[in-house]
Design a protein around this ligand. Structure first.
Ligand code: PBG
Length: 329
């Protein structure tokens, strides 16, 4: 592969000015690559700070049009809703997930009615924002029940589809849920709802700020290691993706992002399916704090996102979406 050698070959020649660096650039980041997560909260005209995520807020549903207008003007193709459910609405079974007037459903109704198909809306399928124990599934004698949970997740998915969600994203890591959700949506004639499987979701230490944002952090009993993946594993990621593709996923997600670029690359190489990356809350806050404290440059944001493109992901869920859209301008 390598032809020629120094001194006749000097790789620095192609780097000498901006124009030549731009010509040989192998990967690019554009606003088309970005998915913006939005946290929802109860109330009216409310915008509340999230202490562990500087610069990120929770919005009451009536404030959403402003947020969506900004995303649209930044040419962001899709946003994702995450609810901070009031403590008194959480219970052992996470029943608020099936309430057609919960935060996510109200947000879907408002935004789909106002913006039609101008912007994609993605919603999470999992019970953790709704359970009093902070787990993604039902719990019995300290065990997370799989099949019983899936039976609720299919109902949650149907409700989200009925409310107009374009992309349904199961992040719960129960076995078999992609197939069951696809089957149920087909039966109810929602053939065109896309399924974005969080196929490879690790039991990660980088989710802390998100759990703070949706109010599950202090509630969480134990950890999620009996359903989320062991971060020492990579072959298992391939098996998870293979199953989810067979079960009917339209695209798959790897989560967290930056510590798992090897996984993104191997999935892309093997399956040639759209792979999304989730730059999770802990990654966001580390970079953001580094910038705010002048430890790293602002451009570290772009660097962190281009890395996902290089590894093979086609889109990235990132809390930096608006900020980076402005930087790309
Ligand atoms: C839960 C869910 C989590 C995130 C998205 N959906 C957290 C968890 O599994 O505990 C994390 C996102 C982030 O950290 O930014 N279903």
């Amino acid at each position: 592969m390598i032809t020629g050698k120094y001194p006749s070959l000097r790789l620095r020649r192609n780097r000498k000015y901006s124009w030549t660096r731009r010509l040989i650039r192998e990967n690019n980041l554009s606003t088309n690559d970005l998915i913006l997560p939005i946290f929802l909260t109860d109330g009216k005209n409310k915008k509340s700070k999230i202490s562990s995520m500087p610069g990120i807020f929770r919005y009451s549903v009536d404030m959403l049009p402003k947020v969506i207008d900004k995303a649209l003007s930044n040419k962001i193709p899709m946003v994702a809703f995450f609810p901070n459910t009031k403590f008194n609405k959480k219970n052992n079974l996470g029943t608020e997930a099936l309430n057609e007037n919960n935060l996510v459903c109200n947000a879907l109704k408002l935004i789909k009615n106002k913006y039609k198909n101008e912007i994609g809306i993605m919603t999470d399928v999992a019970l953790d924002p709704y359970t009093s124990h902070g787990h993604d599934g039902l719990i019995k004698k300290n065990k997370i029940l799989n099949d019983e949970t899936v039976r609720i997740l299919i109902e949650q998915s149907l409700l989200l589809a009925e409310m107009g969600s374009d992309v349904i994203a199961p992040s719960d890591m129960m076995d078999g849920r992609i197939g069951e959700i696809r089957k149920f949506l087909d039966k109810k004639k929602f053939y065109n709802v896309q399924l974005l499987s969080y196929a490879v979701k690790y039991a990660s230490n980088f989710y802390g700020p998100f759990r703070d944002a949706v109010g599950s952090k202090s509630l969480l009993k134990g950890d999620k290691r009996t359903y989320q993946m062991d971060f020492a594993n990579s072959n298992e990621a391939i098996r998870e993706v293979a199953l989810d593709i067979k079960e009917g996923a339209d695209f798959v997600m790897v989560k967290p992002g930056m510590p798992y670029l090897d996984i993104i690359k191997s999935i892309k190489d093997k399956f040639k399916i759209p792979v999304f990356a989730y730059q999770v809350s802990g990654e966001y806050s580390l970079i953001k704090n580094g910038i705010n404290n002048k430890i790293i440059n602002h451009d570290a944001i772009i660097e962190s996102l281009i890395a996902f493109k290089r590894a093979g992901s086609c889109a990235i869920v990132t809390y930096f979406a608006n900020e980076v859209a402005n930087m790309l301008d």
